[in-house]
Every structure is written in structure tokens, then in C-alpha cells.
Write a new protein. Structure first.
Length: 308
């Protein structure tokens, strides 16, 4: 508690390719459950006001993703982590895992090396390189449905693939949508696509529009609508994983071949995959990027925010 009777939650903020991550290092109420998945369910059920207050204005921003540290599921893991944004808990978060590793490095808790991290949707691994790059070995990813056609208000027929990369994405090639339009227009288009998808009974929680890159060396540029209602400033680690799964299923990218994904802001992730189960077209994605710590401090809340 502060002298003024406010409760404190300690955080370290970073950004990965422009997308913010807020690692919660202390002060958050204890969650019940014996695993990261169970604790995530408790967080989702009991703390909606506090979750939103941690990430959204006035203490954060619409793009902020929080990484709440919880005990690991397995001995030997660096930590457990639950990701959430201003609207709810999310499964895995690629940019967030890169930010988390950079935050641990900033705190002096790790050096270069390989680390296991338990997320609510499974264990991931992170390799922290001496030069500051972080490579995340994501959860097994795969295309769930190819060539899904939906009718979108103001756009007509839109065709895309549904794929899982730790979160579930509807990936649309951008000839249907010009990626050079202002982000406000892309947001409106992506939201209409998501609404049409839900209306048609499909379960994706993110929309990923992709098209030709603008940066030398990149293979593709994307615009990713997140469940928070804003867009990912980074190339989206789980979205890039979903993209790799589609490329692998279509035979357009070989295992180990490099894929450079550009975001709508111009930031880059370098990616590759190995097969997890070739017959079922499941891949293990590897996503590399860099994060920078930008702030550390305490957020202050009226004490009743911490009570459910
Ligand atoms: O990098 O996986 C990601 C991500 C998900 C939501 C925002 N970023």
C-alpha cells in the first residue's frame, strides 16, 4: 500500500517491434489453480476490472498486452505466464514472450541461453542470444481449414484460411484488401471480416490480412486485428506461426527455410518451422525478434480494484 492508501502492482514495460508488453512482477492477487491453464481460467473469471485497469488507459494503452508471471507447471521451467489484453485473456503471445525474455534479462535473472516457459496453451521454449535476439519455439501449429469463404459487408466474398498458432487466425490475402490504406480503414475492414466470420459460425479470434512486403528481405507484410479491437504493431508471433502452418500445408515453404514477416508498422520477425507431425500438417514454429525495455515502475489502484 502507498501512503495514500493505494494498492501497487509492479510492472516492467517493453516493446517488441513496436508492440507493447507489460510484465507484472509483483502485487497482483494470487490466482487459484494447480496449472497455468487453471490459473488463467481463474484470472478470466474473477478479475475483469483489474485486468482492464492494468493494461488500458489511463495506465496503459489499447495495444498493451500484459504478461502475468505465475509459478511454472514443471520444475525446470523459467516461469509460467498468462497473457491478457484489455478485453480478455489470450492463449500464447509471441511478441509478449520475446518481451518477457528481454525483461528477465534486464532484471539480471537470465543470461544468454535456452529457457522453457509454461503458457496456458502449452510449453514454449525461448533462446536468448548474446546479441539480444530472442527465438521462440512456439506451440505446435496447424491450418484448421483452407479456403473458407464468407460474405463481408461492403467487401462481398472474402476467402481465407483458418489456422492455429497459439491463437486462432483467419488469414486473408490482401488483394481483397489494399494494405496501403490508413490503419483506420484496415481496422474497419478487419472488424467487418471478424463479424462475418462469427456470424458464419467460425471461431477465429484474430484476423490477419497479408500482402506484398515493403522492406527489403521480407517475404510478406501483415496487418493483424487482435481481440482487443486494435492491431498488432509487431508482425505477431502467433499470427506468423499460423502463417507458417499454412505455407507448410501448401508446400510453399520447406522446413528450415527462412520466412521474414513484416508488420504493418514495418517491424520484422524472422521465422522458420520444423515438422511436428507431417502427416497431420502440424509444424513447430520458430519466431525470432528483439524487444527493448522502456519503463519500470508501480501502477497505483484504489484497493477495491484488487478484490473480486
Ligand atoms: O505476437 O503473438 C503475438 C501477439 C498476439 C497478440 C498480440 N501479439
Amino acid at each position: 500500500m502507498t501512503a495514500g492508501g493505494m494498492a501497487r502492482i509492479s510492472v516492467i514495460d517493453s516493446h517488441t517491434g513496436g508492440e507493447p508488453t507489460r510484465v507484472i512482477t509483483g502485487g497482483f492477487p494470487a490466482l487459484s489453480g494447480a496449472s497455468t491453464a487453471e490459473r488463467r481460467a481463474d484470472l478470466a473469471a474473477r478479475f475483469s476490472r483489474l485486468r482492464r485497469a492494468v493494461v488500458d488507459e489511463p495506465r496503459g494503452s489499447e495495444a498493451m498486452v500484459a504478461a502475468l508471471l505465475v509459478p511454472p507447471d514443471e520444475p525446470g521451467s523459467l516461469t509460467g505466464v498468462i497473457y491478457f489484453d484489455r478485453t480478455g485473456v489470450i492463449g500464447m503471445c509471441g511478441h509478449g514472450t520475446i518481451g518477457l525474455v528481454e525483461t528477465f534479462r534486464h532484471l539480471g535473472r537470465i543470461g544468454p541461453g535456452d529457457y522453457r516457459i509454461d503458457t496456458a496453451v502449452g510449453r514454449v521454449e525461448a533462446a536468448a542470444a548474446p546479441d539480444g535476439a530472442v527465438t521462440v519455439r512456439n506451440v505446435p501449429s496447424r491450418r484448421l481449414e483452407a479456403g473458407v469463404s464468407i460474405d463481408v459487408e461492403g467487401l462481398g466474398g472474402v476467402v481465407g484460411d483458418i489456422a492455429y498458432g497459439g491463437n486462432t487466425f483467419f488469414l486473408v490475402n490482401s488483394p481483397a484488401v489494399d494494405l496501403d490504406q490508413p490503419v483506420e480503414v484496415l481496422l474497419s475492414v478487419a472488424k467487418r471480416i471478424l463479424a462475418a466470420l462469427r456470424q458464419a459460425g467460425f471461431g477465429a479470434d484474430h484476423v490477419e490480412l497479408y500482402g506484398p512486403p515493403t522492406r527489403p528481405g521480407a517475404h510478406s507484410r501483415n496487418f493483424v486485428l487482435c481481440p482487443s479491437g486494435t492491431y498488432d504493431r509487431s508482425p505477431c508471433g502467433t499470427g506468423t506461426s499460423a502463417k507458417l502452418a499454412c505455407l507448410a500445408a501448401d508446400g510453399e515453404l520447406a522446413p528450415g527455410e527462412e520466412w521474414v514477416q513484416e508488420s504493418i508498422t514495418g517491424s520484422l520477425f524472422t521465422a522458420r518451422y520444423s515438422w511436428y507431425d507431417e502427416e497431420r500438417e502440424m509444424v513447430v514454429p520458430f519466431i525470432s525478434g528483439r524487444a527493448q525495455v522502456v519503463a519500470e515502475g508501480d501502477l497505483l489502484f484504489p484497493p477495491d480494484f484488487l478484490v473480486t
